[in-house]
Design a protein around this ligand. Structure first.
Ligand code: SF4
Length: 327
């Protein structure tokens, strides 16, 4: 545009490091340049459309995309002083897991890498404002299947970890998948540095198929093989996620099946997650006694298992509850 070179750096910093939502906010540019930028370019940035605050300190943000879609992201403060952002990777989801509110929405489109990065930046800004701290962890566990938006997810992580971005260590980032074996292998080939979580939720094919249709084409054995390949290539931490559903996957026999799968994968941890009811599904959460005996059985068999109580339940911000409900 015939401008001096340093202007490019200024615009770059506004876009990626501050960042702003319009050219008019780029206060160190001249008025004329801002006007020219407005005429020649558009800024397809994500905007915060709605915010909810839970009594436990969790925030849920609804973001609006430049083309009028909505996705959600969550800021989760924990007692251990961690501040975790849970981000979405797609608008809706095509995988239709039966327990997940997003699974009942159509997949509209993938998020672009800069939209995912925007989610993180906006959640980080909120974290600094509310808690005076930067985000300590990021989990790709919001709406959508990250490995079905592979390139954008990896590019967003590149940006988050870059010194020209948020300079966060990739060890503080976890990508969670419902289990796309081919793409788990691809992560291994790409020698990524972040952690991987597999949403297992049932440790035999028949039960898993009943709640996660993706198991049809990606059965448990194929996932075990892919996870071993991923570990061989990267040596990165692997976690299993296992939501307990009453009378479905909460018996000691189910725990034994889970132990069998765990033994075949170099997994560090099994996160046992309490189920959060959603309107569309009829699952229930088991009684406390059942939960305790399930975990005790795992521990007795030397499985590193931890109960994760979801946060933000009162604002539908907990695991599986993200679905752009008005509120
Ligand atoms: S659990 Fe994840 S993969 Fe399954 S439907 Fe929900 S958002 Fe999609």
């Amino acid at each position: 545009m015939g401008e001096k070179k340093f202007r490019a750096r200024q615009v770059y910093e506004w876009l990626w490091l501050k960042p702003v939502r319009s050219f008019d906010e780029m206060s160190n540019l001249s008025k004329e340049l801002r006007k020219k930028l407005n005429e020649e370019f558009s800024l397809p940035a994500l905007r915060v459309d709605h915010m909810q605050h839970s009594e436990d300190g969790t925030f849920k943000l609804r973001f609006k995309t430049y083309d009028g879609h909505f996705v959600e992201g969550v800021l989760i403060p924990t007692d251990s002083g961690r501040y975790t952002a849970c981000v979405s990777s797609q608008i809706g989801c095509s995988l239709s897991c039966k327990f997940c509110a997003t699974g009942y929405m159509d997949r509209k489109r993938n998020l672009e890498f800069d939209e995912i990065y925007d989610e993180v930046v906006l959640l980080n800004q909120l974290c600094e404002k509310e808690y005076g701290k930067k985000l300590s962890n990021i989990v790709y566990m919001g709406m959508g299947e990250p490995l079905l938006n592979y390139k954008n997810v990896l590019r967003s992580i590149e940006r988050i970890t870059s010194v020209d971005g948020l300079a966060m260590s990739p060890r503080r980032i976890t990508v969670s998948t419902a289990g796309v074996a081919k793409m788990i292998r691809q992560l291994g080939d790409d020698k990524v540095k972040f952690k991987l979580a597999l949403s297992l939720h049932a440790a035999n094919d028949q039960k898993r198929h009943g709640i996660m249709p993706i198991n049809d084409t990606n059965n448990i054995q194929s996932l075990i093989d892919a996870l071993n390949y991923f570990y061989k290539q990267t040596k990165n931490e692997i976690t299993f996620e296992y939501i307990l559903f009453k009378d479905l996957n909460d018996s000691l026999k189910d725990a034994d099946e889970l132990i069998k799968v765990y033994r075949q994968v170099p997994a560090d941890l099994v996160n046992i997650i309490e189920y959060n009811p959603i309107d569309a599904a009829r699952f229930e959460k088991p009684d406390e006694i059942k939960v305790e005996s399930f975990i005790a059985h795992l521990s007795k068999n030397r499985v590193n298992a931890r109960l994760r109580r979801s946060r933000g339940k009162d604002i539908d911000a907990a695991c599986g509850q993200l679905a752009n409900k008005e509120g």
